[in-house]
Design a protein around this ligand. Sequence first.
Ligand code: F6R
Length: 609
Amino acid sequence: MCGIVGYTGHEQACPIIIDGLKKLEYRGYDSAGVALVTSRGIKVRKKAGRIANLEESIRGERMEGTTGIGHTRWATHGSPNDLNAHPHMSMGGQIAIVHNGIIENYAELREELKKDYGIEFISDTDSEVIAQLIGVLYEGKLEDAVYEAVSRMRGAYTFAAVAADEPEKMVAYRKDTPLIAGIGRDCNFIASDMTALLKYSSDIYLIENDEMVVCTPDKIQIFNKDRKRMDRQVLKVTWSMEDAEKGGYQHFMLKEINEQPRVVKETLERRLNADGKIHLDGIELTAEDLSKFTKIYIVACGTAYHAGLVGKYAIEKFARIPVEVDIASEFRYRDPFVDENTLFIAISQSGETLDTLMSLREAKSKGARVLSVVNVVGSSVARESDDVFYTWAGPEIAVASTKAYTTQLICMYLLALYMGTLRGTITEEYCDTIIGELRQMPDKIQQILDGSHKIESIAKLLYNRNSIFFIGRGVDSAVAYEGSLKLKEISYINSSAIAAGELKHGTIALMEPDTTVIALATQDRLFEKMYSNIEEVRARHAHILSVVKEGNKMIRKVSTDVIYIPACADEVTPILTIIPLQLFAYYVARERGENIDKPRNLAKSVTVE
Ligand code: F6R
């Protein structure tokens, strides 16, 4: 999705902005641009394609100016070309803006500006309307024109603006999509994502919805929509620059897969006391609260939704409360049964996914208690929740989510165990046993990573398959969905996941010689059933790659290849089972020469519907 970076200070703004934009590349984009306020007016340069194209186009050019804004665009209105790239300027060049989001009434505003002011539009975007509108309203003070402009705009939008006549000022406004301001030494920044600023600032202000931030080199001021000055605490960012760099790995995805032992440990330890008991510091969840909940919803998108499927399994098993898991874009529009007796759990790595955020608001407006499992501190989902259970995954840069998923699983297990002990549906001993199992996960994940060459060689055999199915039963079926998503999003192989027992109700029609099936068979309790399902596909001469716990010899009889995960309790296998599937997807995509960290058509944080 689109990214915004702005700088005002005493150094040349252009290299700093471009550097920040590069840190946002992971979010997915199709063009990039920069606007600098120079002594001779505003200079805009923008280019379709990679940031490298933009750099190439300005090579050798004097790009002077100590205040400027930059943007990476992910096209919504208008195709990805040079003209539609941001920044956009007002007619006459007085104002430049960069924008994230959508102006819903842009067509109406466009007609008005054409008719009343004779404005000639040069792009097909909704965003140009902002520049033109501020341009006609501008009377020497950028803040005034921005306030007036936002009063006429509808939609979800965050934008930053500069004016030729106010060379040391940046004004940005937040509406529904993220915005932060970073404090530098004799300079200040704005950005849509803290990753852009890690190199320059670890002290940031989170800008709330419907707030304006005005930055000059020596100060940052925040105002609400009624122009009241707002006080804001500085937030210390704990993520480091190294966290957001590849650190010797060929791809961010591989680095992030390999970080899982560490981040799983971190997420776990932060919620365990010295005696190994779970604490939910900062989250008030009493036995009384729990007895009140008649329903739990877990709502999320994509990989986070798949973590929710495992969460349902854990909560129902440990705490014996019925849980419904819903895809956020469906939940929003189906008038769900939500009231004050509902616990709504949102799961989101970025905390900015629009569908998840809107579902949360819907649930909250109906009186639900909202708890979120989020990775990005201070993100919208985190801020709007009653309680937040943070995953400590650090910045996840690869579009395909890996370490966020495993840390989300840890949070869901801890939450479910906590609920179970409060409700008395599990004994302390059982809880301790599962915690003991969870504590072994970092080492066991490491064992799988240490054996990744085997998965690499299997991937080399299977990388050119046209379609690959994932099957499993019980909690393995939840992992099958995630394994399949990982594979399709980065390798573009057509893949689907199915609960193994469902095969014979339709999908088995697709099995033919050489169809590839990845069979997850880690559940001891369900092994015999799963074995029969594998037999069913084997009888159609499918190529079967099974994933089982070590020690399982029987599986060899029905499998072409086997991947073993370390022995563990059935309850917690998803944390291990997903690791070989992530590695498999990675190696297959690498073998096919795909753009692993930035797969086509995908964006990291989906802030549009
Ligand atoms: C897939 C992936 C996406 C995200 C989904 C939700 O690898 O990353 O499916 O899981 O877009 O994003 P968050 O968790 O940021 O709400």
